[in-house]
Design a protein. Structure first.
Length: 141
């Protein structure tokens, strides 16, 4: 299956997610693990789309998400920095998801600079994370 660039943009606008997980992890230097993740979830009957995205981006994993839903997920800093960010910087999302992508991009770059290792950096990343996705909508209420 060959995917066209604008089809990917539209599909991710509707089905994709740019997420930043922040977890306590004593194995890390700061005691905090910051994990940016790009994902797309689909019902198992459309799993071929997820494998096509994996092939297109040449990175990530496809696996079961929950029940009959499967997910294409990219987590690694290098893959996010070198493949996902450049794609969506060049091919702009059309919906409010673009705002989440821009915040996600900022966090990936902050992690790259080492901001995740400082208390101030973690505070800034948390502040950004609290305004993304569904939290963005709730923060306006």
């Amino acid at each position: 299956m060959n995917l066209e660039v604008q089809w990917i943009v539209g599909f991710v606008d509707g089905e994709g997610c740019f997420h930043v997980a922040i977890n306590n992890n004593q194995a890390t230097k700061s005691g905090i693990q910051i994990q940016p993740e790009f994902s797309v979830v689909q019902h198992q009957q459309d799993i071929q789309i997820l494998y096509a995205l994996k092939k297109y981006f040449q990175c990530g994993q496809v696996g079961q998400n929950h029940g009959e839903r499967y997910m294409f997920r990219v987590r690694g800093q290098e893959n996010l920095r070198d493949r996902i960010l450049p794609f969506f910087e060049k091919h702009k999302l059309k919906t409010k998801k673009r705002i989440d992508f821009e915040k996600f991009r900022d966090v990936v770059r902050m992690v790259e600079k080492g901001d995740r290792l400082t208390e101030d950096g973690v505070k800034k990343i948390r502040a950004i994370q609290k305004t993304m996705n569904r939290k963005r909508e709730k923060s306006k209420i």
